[in-house]
Structures are given as structure tokens and as C-alpha cells.
Design a protein around this ligand. Structure first.
Ligand SMILES: Cc1ncc(COP(=O)(O)O)c(C=O)c1O
Length: 474
């Protein structure tokens, strides 16, 4: 007798947070409860989620950029169902699976340059670990250079390339010989590479934490420096790839580009099965897998699982068939330009930046005295608090799911499914405007949110709403 999953879900309906409190991660339960994100979602379709009360949410987070094709995409699902009915084998291990060969061939076609071999992983961080190993083995050098504010995943090697101490704290010692440089600063990179002892420069073409877009020309100059010093030029496209920015790789916005290694993951399987891929040059591959003895010297049990490969093939086809990259460009531009126009009306908005559907709304200190005082006090409570005053009402009052773009940043990030349409863009803009109106009224409901969270996280914190700009002496 098989389990009846529908019955299991129905019987436990609404128990999500109790179960997690007891068995998974009580601290996260507390955090979600504090910010009012403790919803129980039980339906998902495309760019929308529904909770058990039947409320609909516009998903501008897409599972951290996994659902480029929207959730429960019917075409990918059908491909998986069809495949599962064939009794096709998976993970025989001592064979060369047809499906991973086919997916590798399709991925190579989409690269801006000739990359010869594809190594499959189960996640983004595993792709970065692979790149670190490949780079060290191929160059026989140990040093890896990465950027300030970089995010490449949270396993030990990837964490060693993380440009944010908050993530690293408590986990040292990490990998030796990892050097941080400021992102977008070509002179600093030149200096770091100058001794010609660096194995790889690992970077995100657009940084996910903060949606930082490097200055024009930086990536190409970085590539030349790497070539000059025998350093591998390694693009982590885990978040920015797969069409998110309007091109298959964000790197391609730089024109002709010639990376040594490209790392993909997230939406490669349409969000159905964990998967990742590392594309690399032949000579690098040959150094790592240098003999028959070493032909599986780097590998992973689940690496080329058939379901992931089928979903990957279906996903690539769907992106092409449905012109998702063009839609990402158009909807990204629609969102970005409309948001940029709001800068004149709302003094908290400092900068809007985007490439396709990877957008940042950055807030900054306002000019007017009252709002300045409130801003300063909020930042004294916690450096990551202010943008919550935007994400919380967006979710609570408008059913729009967004995220703060990183620790100690006044940035919220939008990485919605690439299938969003004009109606979603308009809905987001009107919701965001309503939140901005409220935030620009001090005291007011948005500031109550900040005050409430501040008090819950820092019990002795002053009540922002009770603080006049004069009393606060900020
Ligand atoms: C640029 C980048 N690299 C690597 C990773 C790690 O991927 P994963 O969470 O699948 O390990 C992420 C995850 O957000 C990412 O954004």
C-alpha cells in the first residue's frame, strides 16, 4: 500500500511551523514569525503562490531565482511524467548516461565561447567547489581571488570565497590562500594577480547580494588580466545565468567574452530537481581527469541523475520556445524604468539598477529632517532593518513576496520568474508605491513595523514612533 500524500498533507494542514519548531529550525521559525512571513503555502502556479487561507501572492523571489520558468511549469512536469513512465534507468554509475550527454551538448551550444566538457552537480555551491578544485589542479597554484560581497554558496570552499563576514563567522579556519578584492576595482585585481601565482578569479558577473553591476568594461579588463597572468577566469552564473538578465549568461552583456569556467545551477531544472553544471575547457579537464585511474577523481553520486537531466533538457527548450530571455529584457526594463521614475517622488529611494529581471531597489538617507531621524534610528537598531519596512508590508498588505538583498544592505532584490507579464509589473509598481507612501509618513504603520521588529530583536530598543527628531538627537 503506497502512502496517500494528499491525505498526509490534508491531515497536517497548517502544522508547518510547529513541525519546524520541533524538528527543523526553531530559530528560523522565530525569525519568520517576527517579520510576519510565517505563511503556510499550499499551492503554486507560475509566478503565484497561494496560502491555506486562499490568499494569492506574487512571487518576486522565485525560490532564490530557481523558478525562472514559473513554479510547477506544466511542460517540464509533463516531460518528467512522460519520462518516469518509461522505466528508464538512472545512476547506473558504471556507464555513460545518454541524457547527461544530450544535456551537456545543449548547454555547450549556449555558451559564448568554446567550452569543451560539462561536469554535472546537484547545487550551485557544489559547482563552485568543483571550479576551485579544477583551478587548483589545472594550474598547480593554490590562491583563489574573489570579490567583496561575493556569494558563491555556503559549503566550506565556497564559504572561503564569501565576501561577507556574517556568513563566515564561526566557521573558521576556511580554505587558505583565498584573497578578497573590491568588486569592480580593476587596479585592486591587477595587484592581486600581479605575482602570477593565482589559480582563479571567481566572480559573479552581477553580484546577487545587492545586485551589484560592475562598471562598464570591468569584466573584459578582468579577463585580460587573468589571461596575462595565467589565472583562470571563472564566472559564477548560478544566479545571473539561464536567461535571467535577458541573455543566457550575464557575461554576454560584455560582448565577446571567453571564460575558462562557467558555473550554472538554480533554474537549470526548472526548479524541479537539484542540478548544476560546470562548463570548462579541454586542457583544464585533461589536467584533472589526467588518466584512466583518475577518470572519476571528482564525482558525485547524484550528479547526472536522469530526472535532473530530463528537466534540464525540457527547461532549455522552454526558454527558447517561449522567448523567455526577451520577456526578461522587456519586463525588466518595464519594472526598472517605472521604479526609476519613482525616485523623484520618494526620497528614500536612492538607486534602481537592473539587468533583465535581476533588479535592486536601493534606499538611502532622506533629506527631510523627520525622515532622516527615523532612518538613522532604524539603522542604529540594526543595519539590515530598514528594508524590512518595505518587504513586510509588501507581503502583508499586497501579497508580494520579496527579499532583502543581503546583510547590512538597504537594498531589496527582485528576481521574479521570467514569465511575469505586464499585469504583474503594474501590480508590483502600484503595491510598491503604496508602501512608499506609507513609509514617507512618519510616524506611521511602516515605522510601527520597524519598531515592533526592533523591539522584538532588541528588547531595550527605543520606540521609533515615539521618538521625535529632536528627542532622538541623532
Ligand atoms: C552566485 C551564486 N553562486 C552560488 C550559489 C550557491 O548555490 P546553492 O544554494 O545551490 O548551493 C548561489 C546561491 O544563491 C549564488 O547566488
Amino acid at each position: 500500500m503506497t502512502i496517500n500524500i494528499n491525505e498526509i498533507l490534508a491531515n497536517a494542514r497548517g502544522e508547518n511551523y510547529d513541525l519546524h519548531e520541533k524538528h527543523v529550525n526553531p530559530r528560523f521559525v522565530k525569525t519568520l514569525g517576527t517579520i510576519g512571513f510565517d505563511r503556510c503555502y499550499n499551492r503554486a502556479e507560475g509566478q503565484y503562490l497561494w496560502d491555506i487561507q486562499g490568499h494569492r501572492y506574487l512571487d518576486m523571489l522565485a525560490g532564490y531565482g530557481v523558478f525562472n520558468l514559473g513554479r510547477n511549469n506544466p511542460e517540464i512536469r509533463q516531460a518528467l511524467i512522460d519520462f518516469m513512465e518509461t522505466d528508464y534507468p538512472s545512476m547506473v554509475q558504471l556507464d555513460a548516461p545518454l541524457l547527461s550527454g544530450l544535456l551537456a551538448k545543449e548547454l555547450k551550444k549556449r555558451m559564448p565561447n568554446e567550452l569543451d566538457y560539462v561536469y554535472f552537480t546537484n547545487s550551485g555551491t557544489e559547482g563552485v567547489e568543483t571550479a576551485i578544485k579544477f583551478a587548483r589542479c589545472a594550474t598547480r597554484r593554490s590562491t583563489i581571488v574573489y570579490a567583496h560581497k561575493a556569494f558563491h554558496g555556503l559549503t566550506n570552499g565556497s564559504l572561503s570565497l564569501n565576501g561577507d563576514d556574517t556568513f563566515r563567522e564561526g566557521f573558521s579556519p576556511l580554505l587558505p590562500d583565498c584573497i578578497e578584492v573590491p568588486f569592480g576595482d580593476i587596479e585592486a585585481l591587477e595587484q592581486a594577480l600581479s605575482k602570477s601565482n593565482v589559480a582563479a578569479f571567481v566572480f559573479e558577473p552581477i553580484q546577487g547580494k545587492g545586485v551589484n553591476i560592475p562598471p562598464a568594461g570591468y569584466i573584459k579588463q578582468a579577463q585580460s588580466l587573468c589571461q596575462q597572468h595565467g589565472t583562470l577566469f571563472v564566472a559564477d552564473e548560478v544566479q545571473s545565468g539561464m536567461g535571467r538578465t535577458g541573455k543566457f549568461l550575464a557575461l554576454e552583456h560584455e560582448g565577446e567574452i571567453d571564460p575558462d569556467i562557467v558555473i550554472l545551477s538554480k533554474s537549470l531544472s526548472g526548479g524541479f530537481i537539484p542540478v548544476g553544471a560546470v562548463l570548462t575547457r579541454k586542457w583544464i579537464y585533461n589536467k584533472v581527469f589526467s588518466s584512466m585511474d583518475r577518470s572519476v577523481v571528482h564525482s558525485s553520486t547524484f550528479g547526472q541523475g536522469s530526472l535532473a537531466m530530463v528537466a534540464g533538457l525540457a527547461t532549455l527548450d522552454y526558454i527558447d520556445e517561449h522567448n523567455l530571455m526577451q520577456n526578461a529584457t522587456e519586463m525588466g526594463n518595464a519594472l526598472g524604468t517605472q521604479l526609476a521614475e519613482l525616485k523623484d517622488s520618494y526620497e528614500f529611494i536612492k538607486d534602481i539598477r537592473w539587468r533583465g529581471l535581476m533588479l535592486a531597489i536601493e534606499f538611502g538617507k532622506p533629506d527631510s529632517l523627520k525622515l532622516r531621524a527615523a532612518w538613522t534610528l532604524a539603522h542604529k537598531l540594526n543595519k539590515s532593518l530598514f528594508p524590512q519596512a518595505v518587504t513586510i508590508p509588501l507581503l502583508q498588505d499586497h501579497g508580494v513576496l520579496t527579499q532583502v538583498a543581503g546583510h547590512n544592505l538597504d537594498v531589496i532584490k527582485l528576481i521574479p520568474p521570467l514569465i511575469i507579464d505586464k499585469t504583474d509589473v503594474d501590480y508590483f509598481i502600484s503595491s510598491f508605491k503604496a508602501v512608499m507612501e506609507s513609509l514617507h509618513k512618519f510616524p506611521g504603520p511602516c515605522w510601527e513595523v520597524i519598531s515592533r521588529i526592533g523591539k522584538s530583536a532588541f528588547p531595550n530598543a527605543p520606540d521609533i514612533n515615539q521618538t521625535t527628531p529632536y528627542e532622538s538627537k541623532l
